[in-house]
Design a protein around this ligand. Structure first.
Ligand code: GLY
Ligand code: MN
Ligand code: MN
Length: 443
């Protein structure tokens, strides 16, 4: 935990977690949830390991997002127990967890080896459930209930409602990411390559690639059209070659994510105007994100807005209504408007109607939409409309009957920019929205 001032909110957060866990234990007639942080994975035929990422169900309870072989044992009878591995290991750094100022909310148990968890767990596990990634470990330990769906659905459904502690962590994550975005923009304007911009971003955030909640997306020119472009070219483009940059990069604070995108034009030109216009679309859609709104309806409104831009900029010679009806806007905006954000960048539970996990499928016309839930206070969403010039999708459009509605010369002139996305992170309150990204000074 990075801030002592967060402690009271952390204590309340753990109390909320406990309430939720007790409710689901009772409902499922279970006595124990054993939540495993995870294990290190070795690379094939190597003595090196993959970067470790903690089980999100584990880091929902405490800010240990990089410590394997830990467990949380949650029952209705006892205070929550945190089992921490403390090996005699002179090869690797042992983080000083036992000095952490938040440990008092748990009963702490230390084990010397991963296998020693067996002595801490109850012998009879008929009413114990394992929550974690390592099914083979759970079976070897004798668990009968392994990631039971009713338990996962319950926890995932409620996870969308953030506690005050979680909201504060996400504000901090945004603050850190915004520092990185300022630095990366400056690097781009100074002629930096994609990789230079990545280095500037990581230096400003103080977070390396494995700390970030997702791979940094930094695409210059046509690379901005690759939605999840994570290559980072080392090539420094000349002023004449350099047209645009899209950077989608986040940060992590106590295990909580920021997920922010900005797009820049290298000069004042029509693409710069398109970026400014999309920025206005983003802000207008954020204003419509309100309790009671269905996220799917907002996504449909985003397509109306994108269709208006396609018409206004002369890319498509049809009315905005017809552009949406003929699915032409989906060629230019092929992803969902946004998603729930939290312990994971694409937080789970975004398509759940209730705590039993009833699925709300995306509407037929927008199959890629991954968030269909009704918006409520304490939820956190990204809003991230985009408008891209993606060769493969444009190729299909060109081969379709709709091709005649497109001004191909105009479209071709914009391919070198790749595309635009603007992404902010929003807390929904009952009376207002809190745009954490803008509040931290990123416009
Ligand atoms: N960075 C991935 C996304 O925006 O969803
Ligand atoms: Mn993003
Ligand atoms: Mn996102």
């Amino acid at each position: 935990m990075n801030l002592a001032s967060l402690l009271p909110r952390f204590e309340a957060h753990v109390a909320t977690q406990l309430q939720r866990a007790e409710q689901v234990l009772e409902r499922e007639n279970l006595e124990l949830l054993a939540i495993h942080s995870g294990q290190i994975k070795r690379q094939f035929l190597d003595d090196m390991d993959y970067p470790f990422k903690a089980n999100p169900l584990f880091k929902a309870w405490c800010p240990l997002d990089d410590v394997p072989h830990c467990w949380l044992l949650i029952s209705r009878e006892q205070r929550p127990r945190l089992v921490i591995l403390q090996p005699d290991d002179f090869w690797h750094y042992q983080p000083p967890i036992l000095q952490a100022d938040w440990l008092h909310v748990f009963d702490v148990v230390t084990i010397k080896s991963p296998e020693a968890i067996e002595q801490v767990l109850p012998y009879d596990k008929v009413r114990s459930a394992y929550l974690g990634e390592h099914v083979e470990v759970a079976k070897a330990l004798g668990f009968e209930h392994i990631n039971p769906d009713p338990v996962l659905n319950f926890l995932h459904y409620h996870r969308l409602f953030k506690t005050d502690y979680e909201l504060e962590c996400m504000r901090h994550a945004n603050q850190i990411a915004v520092r990185g975005h300022h630095a990366a923009r400056q690097s781009f304007l100074d002629g930096g390559s994609e990789f230079d911009c990545l280095l500037a971003y990581m230096q400003a955030t103080g977070q390396g690639e494995n700390d970030a909640p997702y791979g940094h997306i930094i695409g210059q020119n046509e690379h901005a059209a690759v939605l999840h472009y994570m290559v980072q070219s080392r090539q420094r483009l000349t002023p004449g070659q350099r047209h645009s940059m899209l950077i989608d990069a986040g940060a992590n604070y106590n295990g909580y994510a920021a997920d922010i995108t900005r797009t820049y034009s290298a000069r004042e030109d029509e693409f710069g105007e398109l970026v400014a216009a999309l920025d206005q679309v983003t802000l207008a859609l954020i204003d419509l994100l309100k309790p009671g709104t269905r996220f799917g309806d907002l996504h449909a409104l985003a397509h109306e807005q994108i269709a208006k831009l396609l018409y206004a900029y002369g890319f498509v010679k049809l009315s905005p209504e017809a552009i949406v009806a003929q699915k032409i806007s989906q060629v230019f905006l092929p992803h969902g408007l946004g998603h729930s954000l939290g312990l994971q960048v694409h937080d789970v539970g975004g398509t759940m109607l209730d705590e039993r996990g009833t699925n709300i499928p995306p509407p037929d016309e927008f199959p890629t939409l991954r968030t269909t839930r009704t918006v409520e206070p304490r939820q956190v969403y990204t809003i991230e409309p985009g408008l891209y010039f993606i060769d493969s999708l444009l190729g299909k459009l060109k081969a379709s009957p709709q091709a005649k509605h497109v001004d191909w010369q105009r479209v071709d002139a914009f391919r070198r920019y790749g595309g635009v996305r603007i992404e902010d992170n929003i807390i929904v309150h009952r009376e207002r929205n809190e745009n954490m990204t803008r509040a931290n000074g990123l416009n």
